[in-house]
Design a protein around this ligand. Structure first.
Ligand SMILES: [Zn+2]
Ligand SMILES: [Zn+2]
Length: 381
């Protein structure tokens, strides 16, 4: 609700979408679809004007395609200067809370009414392979829901038209409740109990859905999952939740992701981590290694004297997401051969004979402490 009340910017959303003030939901949807295609950033790379326009179109659609937000927007448009939700302009009415409630109930729903009438959201969990999540992918999700009945447009009335006007509210969908209080008579406006605020009563039930307005069906939705999806991130698909039992907007589908682990990679946000075993001679002498990245293996030069556990950063080889590109962190593990041939053993012995423990930082500290304690040399050649 709060979002719909942000009226600081006086943009004309109707003008932006090029529709009239009384445009139907259908007209708004069509106008939005047309414009959003026209100004899509993919078609206008590096064009800030198109990008701005695209943003405006989406903003306008977000408000005008939502019953409550549109009502609040219209109200503000027709009553400029009446004050925002801080109630500054409502002082004379004896508390803006009641008035505010009335206004929004008059439009068929405030926050509380909306919760009761809109269909429920459906949450679906989806596992993604590490690579699919990192690189982005297209997936289908199939689930069962109460789908709004197409034959009656979710109204439950035959052909969507077999209605009569509600007698109690004369089709307005709202009724006034008059109360005597110690402050005098107060009037509240609320949803009509007979027609649940719809203003109409079904006279002939839709044969498809037997008047329910929805059908229990398997629904398949295709999701374009952007690169960088992470565990517990989600995609919300508006209107793909349960149909509303009262013929209002359906709820949303919320697909929550869980990213499976990978044999080589681990990740933190958009950064990737790889543990790379390197032979002891490469660690000592330095040399080229191949490092796995998301797309292929890249060459990397390990410097001379690399220690086990040392980490190197390969910049911008992490996950490329909308929110930036991560790094690849390469952690080396020095591997000692489990078996030596006779030649290798002789060669290594020659190396060892020429070796001085003073060249090794950690070993030297250890050897010094040990000889200080016990007078024993730590290492024997
Ligand atoms: Zn009614
Ligand atoms: Zn139906």
């Amino acid at each position: 609700m709060e979002k719909g009340l942000e009226m600081a910017e006086k943009k004309d959303y109707y003008e932006i979408l090029g529709v009239g003030k009384n445009a139907s939901d259908e007209e708004i949807r069509a106008a939005y679809k047309k414009l959003v295609k026209m100004y899509h950033p993919d078609l206008h790379p590096n064009d800030p004007l198109a990008a701005e326009k695209f943003k405006e179109i989406n903003e306008a659609n977000e408000v005008l395609s939502d019953k409550q937000k549109r009502a609040a927007y219209d109200f503000e448009r027709e009553h400029p200067g009446m004050g925002g939700p801080d109630g500054a302009g409502f002082g004379g009415f004896g508390g803006f809370g009641d008035i505010f409630d009335s206004i929004f109930q008059g439009f068929g729903g405030g926050a509380s009414v909306q919760r009761d009438t809109r269909g429920e959201d459906i949450q679906v969990n989806m596992s993604l392979s590490f690579m699919d999540a990192a690189k982005g992918c297209r997936k289908e999700v199939t689930y069962t829901r109460n789908e709004p009945c197409k034959a009656c447009s979710g109204t439950g009335a035959k052909n969507g038209t077999a209605f009569k006007t509600c007698a109690k509210c004369s089709g307005k969908g709202q009724v006034r409740f008059t109360q005597e209080t110690i402050f005098g008579r107060t009037v509240r406006v609320g949803a009509c109990p007979d027609c649940k605020g719809r203003g109409k009563i079904v006279t002939d039930k839709c044969p498809e859905c037997k008047g329910k307005g929805f059908l229990r069906r398997d629904t398949t939705v295709t999701l374009d999952i952007p690169a960088g999806a992470d565990t517990n991130s989600y995609i919300r698909r508006r209107g793909f939740g349960q149909a509303s039992p009262d013929g209002w907007e359906p709820g949303d589908l919320i697909v929550v992701f869980r990213v499976e682990p990978h044999k080589l990679f681990s990740r933190k946000n958009m950064d990737l981590y790889v543990d790379l075993p390197i032979p002891y001679y490469t660690a000592a002498l330095g040399g080229k290694v191949y490092v796995p990245t998301l797309d292929d293996a890249v060459e990397y030069t390990i410097p001379e004297g690399t220690q086990s556990g040392e980490t190197f950063t390969i910049r911008h080889k992490g996950i490329k997401s909308k929110n930036g590109t991560g790094n690849l962190y390469l952690r080396v593990q020095v591997e000692v051969p489990a078996k030596l041939s006779r030649e290798q053993r002789e060669a290594l012995k020659a190396v060892a004979a020429a070796q001085d423990v003073k060249q090794f930082d950690l070993s030297k500290k250890y050897a010094d402490s040990m000889s200080a304690l016990y007078g024993v040399e730590a290492y024997k050649k």
